[in-house]
Design a protein around this ligand. Structure first.
Ligand SMILES: [Mg+2]
Length: 186
C-alpha cells in the first residue's frame, strides 16, 4: 500500500461547526434556522433578519468552541490512517483569533493523538502539496494539486460532482474507503 500525505479540513469535516453555529445564533437571536436551511458557504444567507456580523461574531467568542462536537467516526478514521503509515495533516483556513480555542477546546481534546506539528493554518489550501484533501468546501477542491474528497455538508449539497475530479462521500466510513482505494492504486 502506498503511504499517502492526507490533508484533512476541520470545520464540518472532522467537527460539526455548522450545528453548533446555528444553535448559538438561534439561541442569541431567537431564530429557528435548521441545518438543512444552510444552502451556501455564506451561513448568514440562512438568517435573513440578521446582519453578516450578527451571524459571524458568534463563532469568534472563545467559549463557542466548547459547544462544537466532533463528526462521528472522524477520530477513528484519522487514527486508522496514521496506524496504516499515512501522514495526516489538519489543514484549516481558520481566522487567527480562533486558532487557540479551536486547538485547545476541540482538536487536542477530541483528537489527542494529533500534535501541533500536524496542523497547517492557511488562507490558501491550494498551495498545500498533499496526495489528497478531504474537505467540505468546494472552493478548496476546485484547483489544488491533491486528489479531492468532498465531505457531504448542508453548504455543498447544491454542488454536482459529475464531470469533475471530486468524489463526494457521505460520512467517514466512505472517506476511509475512498482513501484506502487511492493507497491501493499502482
Ligand atoms: Mg470545512
Amino acid at each position: 500500500m502506498k503511504k499517502l500525505t492526507i490533508l484533512v479540513d476541520m470545520d464540518d469535516t472532522i467537527e460539526q461547526l455548522l450545528n453548533a453555529w446555528i444553535a448559538a445564533v438561534n439561541s442569541k437571536f431567537g431564530t429557528a434556522v435548521t441545518y438543512d436551511d444552510i444552502k451556501s458557504w455564506d451561513v448568514s444567507e440562512a438568517f435573513p433578519g440578521l446582519s453578516r456580523s450578527d451571524v459571524y461574531d458568534v463563532i469568534m467568542e472563545d467559549d463557542f468552541w466548547d459547544s462544537v462536537e466532533p463528526v462521528p467516526g472522524a477520530a477513528e478514521a484519522l487514527r486508522r490512517f496514521m496506524d496504516e503509515g499515512h501522514r495526516v495533516y489538519i489543514v484549516t483556513a481558520t481566522p487567527y483569533q480562533s486558532v487557540k480555542p479551536k486547538m485547545e477546546k476541540h482538536l487536542f481534546r477530541y483528537f489527542p493523538f494529533l500534535s501541533w506539528d500536524q496542523v497547517i493554518i492557511t488562507s490558501n489550501k491550494h498551495l498545500i502539496a498533499g496526495d489528497v484533501l478531504i474537505d467540505d468546501g468546494v472552493h478548496n477542491l476546485t484547483g489544488g494539486v491533491y486528489r479531492k474528497i468532498l465531505m457531504d455538508s448542508a453548504n455543498n449539497r447544491a454542488f454536482d460532482t459529475s464531470g469533475t475530479d471530486i468524489t463526494r462521500v457521505m460520512d467517514w466510513d466512505e472517506a476511509v474507503k475512498a482513501v484506502e482505494a487511492m493507497a491501493a492504486e499502482e
